[in-house]
Design a protein around this ligand. Structure first.
Ligand SMILES: Nc1nc2c(ncn2[C@@H]2O[C@H](COP(=O)(O)OP(=O)(O)OP(=O)(O)O)[C@@H](O)[C@H]2O)c(=O)[nH]1
Ligand SMILES: [Mg+2]
Length: 249
């Protein structure tokens, strides 16, 4: 997929925000995408975290400026600060937690009402490693012990000593989420931050849908490589994150 022929081309900066219920794995998705790492017991995000990662398409290099927001409800009011002017959003839910899809839907509504009208939104069902191999998922009500899912992060599907097995863990049927995404005009995929399944593809698919010419034009330059095209939306932490910019796409 990588094409190094345009290596000298200046990357197009794309602001991307991650939204979703607490503990669905937003930070883990970003950490997998940026550092290709996974941490089994990741601590909740406070406020938001900022990271960058380049993504190389055939004819263009994008530089994602990623705002990883905190899912805890007490941080909800901060979200508009992060999705304002964003060109892309990844709304994450947890395939083992039905309520997290409902929360994702409410984020999508908020984005569609209040974010940039051209924003590219992707709906991503994370933790698919916990239900892998399953073809006929069934929906079950959310249970009170959902918070313990973090402990499952290190469990290998198929090796679980839990008699329920992986099948009963899925609470969001893929078809249901996919149908909702199609209806709402979203990209859709299931992913696993733990195994890395689908992560690079997710960010690459978003990159392909970003109206790059529109972004360049709105920044006052239609030509990539022109120095005036580098105005970042709100915050510019380029230098602090430059070391992480190894292309992952
Ligand atoms: N099995 C499994 N566990 C995961 C996966 N992604 C994240 N986790 C675990 O789920 C827990 C929550 O992950 P985080 O990345 O902190 O979730 P978050 O959405 O950033 O949470 P907040 O920052 O509170 O909003 C952690 O214990 C992760 O290790 C995954 O793909 N599979
Ligand atoms: Mg987080």
């Amino acid at each position: 997929m990588a094409d190094t022929s345009d290596a000298s081309q200046k990357p197009v900066q794309v602001k991307l925000v991650l939204l979703g219920e607490a503990a669905v794995g937003k930070s883990s998705v970003v950490m997998r995408f940026v550092n290709n790492e996974f941490q089994a017991n990741k601590e909740p995000t406070i406020g938001a975290a900022f990271l960058t990662q380049k993504c190389r398409l055939e004819d263009r290099v994008l530089r994602y400026e990623i705002w990883d927001t905190a899912g805890q409800e007490r941080f909800h009011s901060l979200a508009p600060m992060y999705y304002r002017n964003a060109q892309a959003a990844v709304v994450v839910y947890d395939v083992t937690k039905a309520a997290s899809l409902e929360k994702a839907k409410s984020w999508v509504k908020e984005l569609q009402r209040q974010a940039n009208p051209n924003i590219v939104i992707a709906l991503a069902g994370n933790k698919v490693d916990l239900v892998s191999g399953q073809t006929t998922p069934r929906a079950t009500p959310a249970s009170a012990d959902d918070e313990d899912e973090a402990d499952d992060a290190t469990a290998t599907p198929g090796e679980s000593d839990d008699a329920t097995g992986s099948e009963s863990l899925r609470q969001v049927p893929k078809d249901e989420a996919s149908a909702y995404a199609a209806e709402a005009g979203l990209l859709f995929t299931e992913i696993s931050a733990k195994t890395g399944d689908g992560i690079v593809e997710l960010f690459t698919d978003i990159a392909k849908k970003i109206p790059i010419e529109h972004i360049l034009a709105s920044r006052g330059s239609a030509a990539p490589g022109t120095s005036t095209a580098s105005r970042a939306p709100a915050v510019n932490l380029d230098d602090a994150n430059e070391a992480k910019n190894a292309c992952n796409c």
